[in-house]
Design a protein around this ligand. Structure first.
Ligand SMILES: O=c1ccn([C@@H]2O[C@H](COP(=O)(O)O)[C@@H](O)[C@H]2O)c(=O)[nH]1
Length: 273
């Protein structure tokens, strides 16, 4: 999928919502535990109930990896289900990888070739040779952690080095990497006030913005500070949507929450564009 196609989906659906699939056996409705693959059954039901309201899905791999081989199989079934049934949705493996070059190239192969995700999240800490192997795949994207939504973001990411905050250096340096047009960046919704400066550094890049809903980020502020002329945002909500109910109505409750967000997005898009 190209960024032009993604922007087209955003325009068509009047939504820049990414539904996060943080699937957790301790939280899913108890009746699903009778299913042979409860993780996949839950993810599939959420996807079927929300697909027309969102443009992206973000399975966080930790929630699958926690269950070992069985969990990885559920992840594989989930991405295959998305690719077969909803090929116009942008898919994000939230795996936060990154290592020395030859190892990064194996991670890239795993997520882009074996699992066929559109994108994977990566950490910038190990620098250029850890990031560039992810940028060698045409039509695939690496989403680099820039300024994260958690409190710990202030431990390192906002420290001043060479007269500017580290996260700004990450953005500036990474935008010079080979095939940097295949980079997107993570900026937490809880840090919306930083988005104006971030947009000056990476005006055209897509930003993945987690942290609305359960973490308290504000959608209006994110759009006001972070949108570019194509919108250029994917705002993620995981727990706020997928755990709206833990009863038999979980899928329709998730749909109602996703619709609430899509309607807010539509309203805000009409005000701003
Ligand atoms: O800075 C970051 C980077 C990633 N995440 C991930 O996004 C979701 C958020 O889930 P919610 O339930 O909507 O809070 C989750 O998978 C995180 O690992 C983030 O929150 N912040």
């Amino acid at each position: 999928m190209t960024t032009t196609q993604l922007s087209e989906q955003i325009r068509l659906k009047k939504s820049f919502l990414c539904v996060g699939l943080d699937v957790d056996l301790e939280k899913i409705p108890s009746h699903l535990m009778q299913e042979e693959d409860a993780l996949f059954a839950f993810a599939k039901a959420i996807i079927d109930a929300t697909h027309d309201l969102c443009v992206a899905y973000k399975p966080n791999t930790a929630f699958f990896e926690a269950y070992g081989v069985k969990g990885w199989k559920s992840l594989e079934k989930t991405i295959n289900y998305l690719n077969e049934n909803y090929p116009n949705h942008f898919t994000i493996a939230d795996a936060k990888r990154g290592d020395i070059g030859n190892t990064s190239s194996r991670y890239a192969k795993a997520f882009f070739e074996d699992l066929n995700f559109n994108s994977v999240t990566i950490a910038p800490y190990m620098g250029k040779d850890s990031v560039e192997p992810f940028l060698e795949f045409e039509g695939k994207f690496a989403i680099l952690l820039a300024l994260t939504s958690n409190a710990g973001a202030f431990d390192f990411q906002t420290l001043t080095t060479d007269g500017q905050p580290l996260y700004q250096q990450v953005l500036k340096t990474a935008s010079q990497y080979k095939n940097a047009n295949r980079l997107m960046y993570v900026v937490g919704a809880t840090k919306a006030e930083y988005l104006t400066e971030i947009r000056q550094i990476v005006p055209d890049s897509f930003l993945l913005v987690p942290g609305v809903g359960a973490q308290g980020g504000n959608l209006k502020e994110v759009l006001e500070h972070g949108a570019n002329d194509q919108v250029g945002l994917l705002v993620n909500s995981s727990r706020g949507i997928i755990y709206a109910s833990n009863g038999k109505d979980f899928a329709s409750a998730a749909r109602a929450k996703a619709m609430e967000m899509q309607q807010q997005m539509n309203h805000l898009l009409n005000l701003i564009f």
